[in-house]
Write a protein that binds this ligand. Structure first.
Ligand SMILES: O=C(CO)[C@H](O)[C@H](O)COP(=O)(O)O
Length: 272
């Protein structure tokens, strides 16, 4: 009893109008997560999809948001008669699970619109792709597209390719891989901070070489200061090495890049 009285006294002292009930202050808004930003960029890109289109379906944690949205619009009947060309086996499985009808590049060599993520985007809309290992199919499908829309959160913007410290991937054939790796190392001999490594993947209790959907290997090229050389020339030089299948620099291919940041969406468009 004594305790209750003294408690009320303290409360009355703390609140000048103890009979009034004040609602709790509104919660401070939490900043969007990186995944929220990826979703925002993806949903904006899907606004470009029209019924009847042939779509290139990208690979990765950003592209999956586009797939989800397309599937949702198909279910609602807002979009009809869409077919997708998947850029990887993983995307193929995801699209099938979501009920997106699929075709392939052989039957549909001209694609209306491709939507895909990227690892890096430079100010000229050149991009690096292939951290997920799907660079070859992505480059074929996105290269066959009338419109290629890249969707990223703003952490992917770099002043020059290679500048994020992530790799520029190169897909090579398994035969003689050490020879091809050696040739790639020689190409950038003398470039400060350069390194090249065969991509390894961890399997349960074991370490194994990463194998692409095309049963090839990947060499990751690291440029400590980003690529300071002419991108077109080094693209040609890499592709000239016998044993190299393709690299992950997509130069001049993106028609637009949709960038989501905490302050909103920015769209960079290729100059015509
Ligand atoms: O090129 C890719 C896969 O080969 C991906 O698009 C790229 O790695 C970006 O992935 P994420 O959206 O998960 O960051």
């Amino acid at each position: 009893m004594k305790t209750a009285v003294s408690h009320q006294t303290i409360e009355s002292m703390a609140t000048p109008f103890p009979h009034l009930h004040f609602p709790p202050p509104p919660p401070t808004p939490t900043p969007p997560s990186q995944d929220d930003l990826k979703r925002v960029a993806a949903h904006r890109a899907v606004e470009l999809v029209e019924s009847g289109m042939v779509l290139g379906l990208g690979t990765g944690s950003t592209a999956i948001h586009a797939l989800d949205r397309i599937a949702d619009l198909l279910r609602r009947g807002t979009l009809t008669n869409i077919v997708g060309v998947p850029t990887s086996k993983k995307t193929e499985a995801q699209a099938l699970a979501l009920g997106i009808p699929l075709v392939d590049l052989n039957s549909h060599p001209s694609i209306d619109l491709s939507i895909d993520g990227a690892d890096e985007v430079d100010p000229h809309l050149n991009i690096v792709k292939g951290r997920g290992g799907s660079l070859l199919r992505e480059k074929m499908i996105e290269g066959a597209s009338k419109r290629f829309v890249v969707i990223v959160d703003d952490s992917k913007l770099v002043p020059r390719l290679g500048g994020s410290g992530l790799a520029v991937p190169v897909e090579i054939i398994p035969f003689g891989w050490e020879y091809t790796l050696g040739k790639l190392k020689k190409l950038f001999d003398g470039v400060t901070g350069f390194d090249a490594k065969l991509r390894m993947s961890k399997k349960v209790g074991d370490v194994e070489i990463d194998v692409t959907d095309n049963l090839n290997y990947i060499v990751d090229l690291y440029f400590e200061n980003g690529i300071e050389l002419d991108l077109g020339s080094i693209s040609d030089d890499i592709l000239r090495i016998t044993g190299v299948v393709e690299h992950g620099m997509f130069l001049g291919m993106a028609t637009e890049v949709i960038i989501a940041g905490k302050d909103g969406i920015k769209v960079m468009k290729k100059e015509r």
